[in-house]
Design a protein. Sequence first.
Lengths: 112, 109
Amino acid sequence: NAGVTQTPKFRVLKTGQSMTLLCAQDMNHEYMYWYRQDPGMGLRLIHYSVGEGTTAKGEVPDGYNVSRLKKQNFLLGLESAAPSQTSVYFCASSDTGYYGYTFGSGTRLTVV
Amino acid sequence: KNEVEQSPQNLTAQEGEFITINCSYSVGISALHWLQQHPGGGIVSLFMLSSGKKKHGRLIATINIQEKHSSLHITASHPRDSAVYICAVRGGGSEKLVFGKGTKLTVNP
């Protein structure tokens, strides 16, 4: 089925470890986004991309890096994980940033 | 103060009841989205509104641009409607959404 695929779905990291979350979409969407969702808070934008080769900072970018080398993939990296990065991470894509968004199923990350 | 406020935070209803969830925002917007997050965590886009009213099955979404307010209505609610409903707005000239904290709806049989 067409959509947004996130890998992995679950991960436990030790403080200081690094990891990369992969988001892949097969809808030829230009816009891609990484959000984090924490209890009692709305989804917060980490980084986003408005096209292949472009990235921009969102609301909470510190401690994260991203890359969009191919249009269909948007990678989120944690260079040195911290317990404060324990969260559920969602990727989303949109054709124009205006119309409906398609979300991935989320990655639950725990940093111990 | 969050730019997007939803009410109520939690809502419990009996099957068959008419449900209303409200969303108020403080900035000028180009679009407002209603999303549904299932208990398993997946997020689905329900509506995108820039004016007026949209209907899909038992779901109705309305927006009043002048009052900076939107409502999501569910008619003849069912236990499968139990989910978190999230309002998000896109500011004029922005590619980004700002999200409300969500309304947790529980529909009891």
